[in-house]
Design a protein around this ligand. Structure first.
Ligand code: ADP
Length: 464
């Protein structure tokens, strides 16, 4: 811990900047400050946006990376080394731009490095799709950004990367490190921008494949755009939202279950697509279990992720914060809030909240914050609970806490989810051993960090 804090400290006041990285010299857009969500007075740096003209220039300049697979692999491994060597700066950027605590930042850097090394080890060619658009979200601004790019580069594509508008600085720094490692400027270009820049990318005929992580709604827009503007056979790899549930029955170990729930629902302030949203507790134990859970919630420290020991950082921005708080206020007005933590002042903080529902069907959409819903069920009705969870149409993560072996088997067979977690916390990918991805409205597959993923980035997918 001390060495991590010491490595991060020199970057407490640094001003970073991000601008389009394009292999020609195109027109660029306006410049805006980037503000720390946990500390409104802390300007982290500035971003100069790409415009639709910048996108057109980048598309024209993109060249698939035709180096031999072994050379591309060596460059990706070198990039992984550089990411690791710059860990202090990376953790500082993740804290100040994205609101990530040290443990979250450590996990995120680990995942990004794992993606680089995993895809490097599987570098292939020479049959890339050509030019891949990689559109990434703000909630894993390093790991997902890097994972998409590494997969596309490992298969010899040129990448046009559009990071989320909330997190351009960490993306820009990562792209610099990838270039420094040896990725050609024509094989990796960066386009900081919002949805309009993404839309310009996914309608440019130079683009031959799209990797996207974000909301289900945006995935549907991109899907339509591909159908309209690009060859309808264009590969579209989408990782989207979820309405993730967990079932806790009366045989579960309560301490283990409570810890898993708190981590799954509230870490990263609930801003993970894998996060637990709806908890089903068996009726017989519900009263005591809920008390244990609210007690554990009370122990959470909400605040600035720069301070070691913070459990729950801010929402990513004011708009996200206001959306979550108005949702919680509405539930409170209906008398459904069982527990709501008080908030520190200053940043865009949101209260960890427990809201009563009759079942997952009451939840119309994913609330991307530290808001957990709780329902009860009778043991004999467990199949109805499974049906209700499947009926949401999403299928990302699912958790089960039980000591009945037959039930593990029974539930796992019936639940429609990309990732199932038994007697543990519900988190995302472990590159190589736990590929991550959803079904239904939660994504197209194949799973990131898994053996079939790279095939979608190539022209002639190998049979799997
Ligand atoms: P979130 O709700 O997590 O911000 P979004 O789906 O809005 O999720 O954003 C994920 C990524 O998709 C971001 O990089 C965002 O800028 C981008 N994006 C948003 N709208 C579009 C669009 N119409 N076309 C392409 N990309 C888009």
């Amino acid at each position: 811990r001390a060495s991590i804090e010491a490595a991060r400290k020199p970057f407490a006041m640094v001003q970073w900047s991000a601008e389009p990285m394009v292999a020609s010299d195109p027109e660029i857009g306006a410049t805006d400050p980037v503000i720390n969500p946990a500390r409104p007075g802390d300007t982290v740096g500035s971003v100069t946006w790409a415009t639709t003209d910048t996108v057109a220039a980048a598309c024209a300049a993109a060249k698939p990376w035709d180096a031999p697979a072994a050379e591309r692999a060596a460059v990706l491994n070198k990039a992984a080394d550089l990411y690791e060597a710059h860990y202090g700066e990376v953790f500082a950027l993740l804290a100040r731009e994205a609101g990530k605590s040290i443990p979250d930042a450590v996990a995120e850097l680990r995942e990004a490095v794992d993606f680089l090394r995993y895809y490097a080890a599987r570098s292939e060619g020479p049959d890339p799709q050509g030019v891949f658009a990689c559109i990434s979200p703000w909630n894993f601004p390093l790991a997902i950004f890097t994972g998409q790019i590494a997969a596309a580069l490992a298969t010899g594509n040129a990448v046009l990367a559009k990071p989320a508008e909330q997190t351009p600085l960490i993306a820009h720094r990562a792209a610099q490190l990838l270039h420094e490692a040896g990725v050609p400027k024509t094989a990796l270009q960066l386009l900081p921008g919002a949805g309009d820049v993404g839309a310009a990318l996914t309608s440019n005929p130079a683009v031959k494949g799209v990797a996207f992580t974000g909301s289900t709604e945006t995935a549907q827009i991109i899907h339509r755009s591909i159908a309209k503007h690009l060859d309808p056979g264009t590969p579209f790899i989408a990782e989207t939202g979820g309405l993730n549930a967990m079932i806790v029955d009366s045989t579960a170990l309560p301490e283990q279950a409570v810890q898993a729930i708190v981590e799954s629902a509230f870490q990263s302030a609930g801003q993970r697509c894998s996060a637990l949203r709806c908890l089903y507790v068996q009726e017989d134990i519900a009263k005591g279990f809920t008390e244990m859970l609210t007690g554990a919630m009370d122990a959470l420290v909400i605040g600035d992720p720069w301070i070691y020991g913070t459990d729950v950082g801010p929402a990513i921005d004011v708009e996200a914060r206001d959306g979550i708080i108005s949702y919680v206020d509405a539930a409170e007005a209906e008398g459904r809030v069982l527990h709501r933590l008080p908030l520190p002042g200053g940043g865009t903080f949101v209260p960890p909240t427990l809201i009563k529902v009759s079942g997952i069907k009451d939840m119309e959409r994913e609330i991307f914050g530290p808001v957990l819903h709780i329902a009860t069920f009778k043991s004999k009705d467990i199949d109805k609970v499974i049906d209700a969870i499947n009926a949401t149409g999403y299928g990302l993560t699912f958790g089960l806490q039980t000591r009945i072996d037959d039930r593990v088997q029974h539930v796992s067979e019936r639940i429609e989810a990309g990732n199932i977690y038994v007697n543990r916390n519900q988190i995302g990918a472990i590159v190589g051993s736990q590929p991550f991805g959803g079904e239904g409205l939660s994504g197209t597959g194949p799973k990131a960090g898994g053996p079939n993923y790279l095939a979608r980035f190539r022209k002639h997918p190998a049979p799997s």
